[in-house]
Write a protein that binds this ligand. Sequence first.
Ligand SMILES: Cc1ncc(COP(=O)(O)O)c(C=O)c1O
Length: 491
Amino acid sequence: MFKHAQLESVKAWINDPAHNAQALHVRIQRAIRQLILDGALPVGKALPASRPLAQSLGVSRDTVESAYSQLHAEGFIERRVGSGSFVSQRARCLPLRKRQRPAHSEAPVQLSRRGEALLQSGGVHNFQSPRPFAPGVAETRHFPLAIWEKLERQVYKEYGTRALEPSEPQGMAPLRRAIADYLNLERGAQASAERILILTSSQQALGLCAQVLMDPGEQVLVEDPLYQGTRKAATAAGLECLPVPVDDRGMQVDAMARLAPDAGALFLTPSHQYPTGATLSLDRRLQAIEWAHQQRAWIIEDDYDSEFHYEGRPTACVQGLDPHGRTLYIGTFTKSLFAGLRIGYLVLPPQLVAPMTAARTLQDGHTASVAQLTLARFIEGGHFGAHVRSMRTLYGRRRDALAGLVREHLGAFLAPQVPAGGLQMACHFHRDLPEDAVVKAAKAAGIDLMGLGSLYATPRNDVGLLMGFAAQTPGEMAVAVKALAKVLDGR
Ligand SMILES: Cc1ncc(COP(=O)(O)O)c(C=O)c1O
């Protein structure tokens, strides 16, 4: 017979509302299996006969029989004709859970050194959109969802169950063609479907570049200040980041060769430098291309939000200017469409297509096919261009609205540095303010900001704040700016 505690434990399990979806015999079988796994019923222990156990539990004998049959089939118990049921010898090999070993949650987990470093990096910042001022977050409330839904239905209709199959490893051809056409026309790129690798994000592209092109210990040149995702991707690959200062014409490329004659790559955000918003001047673009050519180094061009340029047309991309094929171009739909889409891409020099595609398949196979096919139609049908144009007008107004609000309500603390493009604005402190403390206090007041100091190679605590303006209406921003004024007044 079971001891009182064991019987109570079986009763508690079968009456637990969390197990309601299971049939009664399954609940009894799981409860007894749990006792065996916990070591409460040791090897060789006789189980109660089915009739008395059925009586104690208030169930039919058949129900207990079904539970025992299942335990027998799974090898937890042996049934001997004439003598009853016993915990099987095989249960000796089971890892005991509660009694003999500490619970998993109590034992400290041993990560690799790399795993520990990844954990300490904190991952890439995820803001809780739609909280005000989260940098780089797009407005999703204006997205033409009905069109997207219609196009997705068309994909299922045309492809049938073929739409459920895995994507080509390099990405679906219609999407690669649509992106290449768009980039050649709008960004002055030299792209073709054969040279495009569809990915989940530009973050994945940054990680692949860092891992596939360089060895741990190699030096790479990065902008200072720098997008954290780039620094983390490079650091995770064991690369040494050498910061190059940025001014109002972008990265000071001329300082670069002096800094690192042997660097293997240069990570750039030329359209709108992150976070300053500066556009890399043409002479510096050409200098960077020449440097990469001479050095046989790579330029990694992160063109994450060039669609949103508010002062005339954006400058053509570096990749299109590079006659030597040393530039890898990274694009993403996180800003231009929506972050949940998870589609980004690389435009590669031809000789890098095979190695990058192989490396990517090892990470996560491929990108979801239906989303790719829907996006291809969205671009081909002119909906991408139309959406970008209308959001560009909207974001331009929001940028101006935020600059006005900062001047009016936060002018005593902050000066906005109005960017020519992008979705966020750097605002500099007039006086010494503890950036970290301001960011924390703002967070508690429901406002997501990024401290600019955290983006510098040597973090400082007095630089200012990075404020996203794309995802909030001027009215919503006004409320948040006033709340932020209270936070700053309290300093
Ligand atoms: C400079 C830069 N690159 C890349 C990204 C991320 O885009 P994705 O979602 O495609 O990784 C961001 C997002 O904030 C960014 O600011």
